[in-house]
Design a protein around this ligand. Structure first.
Ligand SMILES: Cc1cc2nc3c(=O)[nH]c(=O)nc-3n(C[C@H](O)[C@H](O)[C@H](O)COP(=O)(O)O)c2cc1C
Ligand SMILES: C=C(O[C@@H]1CC(C(=O)O)=C[C@@H](OP(=O)(O)O)[C@H]1O)C(=O)O
Length: 387
């Protein structure tokens, strides 16, 4: 049973984005700065389009927080769309003074045509406004609240970009804090400087060719107790919940946990993690090929999730498409667009993992206040130590 409920609303060029999250215990210290830091990281990345120069995303907490601490009720927040000022007469809830020009040329790979058919909208802007990944700013804000809760319980999450197009980074053998510092210092959230340089070149070349690029990012979570999620019912399995959370991010087309697809190419002895025991470290694993999950339950090892993002759908050198009004072939409409947004998506991935883990943690340990949650977790840790 999900303990955390959350929802977002708002269009890409509407006045603002809104998010509500319910289930965060009372007494969590929370400032809008805790959220703004992650919002700024989501805006970074070589290959992003002109929109990111217009926006400076900041969260305004409008409910559920008093004097810098959560109250236990729903937390509401708002993020302004600065670009809305440039869309007067074309966006917003009130009737328009004059009908705006309809967008009738669907872009292959975006939600335009599928959404237009489903919702019976002839101006495809009615679809793309909500389909836009602008919505991921709200997710990152909700994720930042969850991340704050998790961090106070010793759980840490970070993401890095593994590949852009054909360029793959090598993960240096460094402790996690050093990897995080490298990812944070990199404009592409990449921990391998040589690969990052090649990624920039690949993005630059794709842009010049009127094309776009995707890639893969990895999210790592440490400090998780064993026992989050459950094997007993399909919708309680944490692997399934993480996959859904990551797959729901715009343009994500594949999710791997641990070895993922590679596991299918190897023998069992090369895939499964031996179990060891010593009184000091208790149960341990010399390897973590399962990525911290067995049976849909965390096993105490770091969680390793990867997500594959397809190339951006809006191409300068547009693919063939058909005008939904005239039914004539047209080159798909090109508006301003990102060329590559994998590093931004990696920040969204962190948020989705944080939300899923906070939900699983609250489900297991409950608690209406941070103190109660903490006590419940400590009691459980004592139970594990005595096992
Ligand atoms: C951070 C981020 C930025 C994105 N920027 C763009 C963009 O500028 N142009 C575009 O066509 N698609 C962009 N996308 C992808 C589209 O939102 C996505 O392809 C579209 O909503 C259709 O959904 P689907 O690809 O999951 O089927 C972006 C995705 C993410 C995660
Ligand atoms: C606005 C954001 O991303 C947008 C996602 C997006 C899409 O089609 O998904 C299209 C672009 O929007 P615009 O047409 O306004 O340039 C991106 O900029 C954002 O990430 O905050």
């Amino acid at each position: 049973m999900a303990r955390l409920r959350w929802m977002t609303a708002g269009e890409s060029h509407g006045p603002s984005l809104t998010a509500i999250v319910e289930g965060i215990p009372a007494g969590l210290p929370l400032l809008s700065e805790d959220i703004n830091h992650d919002l700024a990281r989501r805006q970074r990345g070589y290959g992003r389009g002109g929109r990111m120069k217009i926006e400076t995303d900041r969260a305004e907490l409008t409910g559920g927080v008093r004097g810098g601490e959560t109250l236990g009720g729903p937390i509401a927040l708002r993020i302004n769309n600065s670009d809305h000022a440039n869309w007067q007469g074309r966006m917003g809830p009130d009737p328009f003074p004059a009908p705006p020009e309809a967008l009738t040329r669907p872009r292959p790979g975006h939600a335009d045509l599928a959404g237009g058919l489903k919702y019976d909208r002839k101006d495809l802007r009615d679809i793309l406004e909500r389909a836009s990944a602008r919505e991921t700013a709200s997710r990152v804000a909700v994720g930042a609240v969850c991340r704050k809760l998790l961090s106070l319980l010793g759980i840490d999450i970070f993401a890095h970009v593994v590949s852009i197009g054909p360029i793959t980074a090598t993960l240096p053998d460094l402790p996690l804090p050093d990897l995080r510092a490298r990812a944070r210092a990199s404009d592409l959230a990449c921990v391998d400087p040589a690969a990052e340089a090649a990624m920039r070149t690949a993005i630059h070349e794709a842009s010049h060719a009127g094309d776009t690029l995707g890639g893969v990012f990895e999210v790592i979570a440490t400090g998780l107790p064993p026992g989050l999620g459950s094997h007993v019912q399909w919708d309680r399995k944490l692997d399934g919940r993480l996959a859904q959370a990551l797959m729901s991010i715009h343009a994500i087309k594949g999710v791997e946990l641990g070895l993922g697809f590679t596991a299918a190419t190897l023998r069992g002895s090369q895939v499964h993690d031996p179990i060891t025991y010593d009184p000091a470290h208790h149960f341990d694993r010399p390897t973590n090929r399962a990525g911290g999950l067995e049976g849909g339950i965390t096993n105490g090892m770091p969680l390793l999730c990867r997500a594959a993002m397809k190339p951006i759908a809006t191409l300068k050198k547009a693919l063939p498409s058909v005008d939904v009004h005239t039914k004539e072939p047209f080159d798909a409409a090109h508006e301003r667009s990102d060329i590559c947004a994998v590093s931004a998506a990696s920040v969204v991935g962190e948020a989705m993992v944080a939300i899923t883990l906070a939900d699983a943690l609250l489900e297991k340990f409950g608690g209406d206040s941070l103190g109660e949650l903490r006590r419940n977790l400590e009691t459980y840790r004592a139970q594990l130590a005595a096992y």
